[in-house]
Ligand binder design. Sequence first.
Ligand code: HAM
Length: 425
Amino acid sequence: MAQEKIQAIRGMSDMLPSDAPLWHFFEKKAIGLANLYGYQQIRTPIVEQTRLFKRGIGEVTDIVEKEMYSFVDSLNGDNLSLRPENTASVVRACIEHNLLYDAPRRLWYMGPMFRHERPQRGRYRQFHQFGMEAMGFKGPDTDAEQLLMLNRLWKELGIAPVRLELNCLGQLEERKAYREILIRYFEEHKEILDEDAQRRLYSNPLRILDTKNPDMQDLVNNAPKLYDSLGEESKAFLSSLEDILKAEGVDYTINPRLVRGLDYYNLTVFEWVTDKLGAQGTICGGGRYDPLIGMLGGRDAPACGFAMGIERVLELMKECGVHPEERECDVYIVWDKALYLNAIGAAEKLRDAGIRVIVHSGSMKFANQLKRADASGALYALVIGSDEAAAGKVGLKALREGIAGYGEQKTLTIEEALEFVSKNI
Ligand code: HAM
């Protein structure tokens, strides 16, 4: 009896080879720019103690309240969670390894994150982030530099322009004062609040501003603005950041309702948003989180960072018609049945020189071999035939119009073929 097929978990996708060129293109650009701006890589485990995220992200956030993959390790009783984001983990690692002891740090990371959300286009339960964290920097020059880097990345990926929305959350004290004003305002209109907003009214009223409920839009649009509760220093921070963006020609809009879904932010918050992806149009979010290092037990240090959802960025690249191609190999070896030792020997010689090679496997009909060579995207086919072998030579056939040697099959020694290919790939 046929065995039942086992499927991937809902909301967790395979990256298939057909999408590999897109991922590679993205990774090369993102890592290239991280290097260009002086950031170093950090990798942290995908599992951490649950209390790291509770304390770091905040107890009354969607992520901690309902989206974490948390479990008890049955072998030792530890309370663990798959990481829903990476800022808390990076801060934990910096504190644990004393990375901020003698100098500030610029760090980048890339990897899978996990949130138990309702899967839909652009929203997955396992997704990937590329992010950067600058720790020990007061800003706003550092905040601005990250935004400049992102603006450059969108251009390099071929997805510009992406809309930048910016806001200033001020400092804790300012937010506390605003919180009281906001609670009073919402209390006066309690009948309009939906269930979610009622629940958040006293625990996290700022998040009510983020509501997508159409019946509450007028209410939140007319709510008192956080900006009016900010002190001079916070306002000056925002305007210095704006000065840099203007000087460098980065377009942005101030969105006074932007509060972000994680509790650790102060001063700058931002999101990059596109209209081309439907409901999940936020491709990147971040901001300043000066309180977090202290909250997680480290010595207070200012910091800022961001993370982007790689799947969303790739989806946008597809929408924008960006289709990087990648060939499977440079040279595809087609060969006569009796000559497999020659074929393998030739392949290894080419690989010694860094040339990417596939030796045909499967149907030995010459025409079929050449068809596969063509489909592989190889630039050249190396022909190991009996006539050539008898003369101590190989055949070299250029497969793509416009490349050197196209239109004729050359008969060369393997050394000559290697030199010719090396020069022309
Ligand atoms: P976040 O806004 O929660 O921020 O996530 C950043 C980005 O990850 C989002 O803008 C989105 O593109 C992507 N993303 C989030 N959830 C999903 C999902 N379920 N499926 C697909 N993509 C998703 C953070 O994670 C912060 N750690 C960012 C940060 C770094 N702030 C300071 N430093």
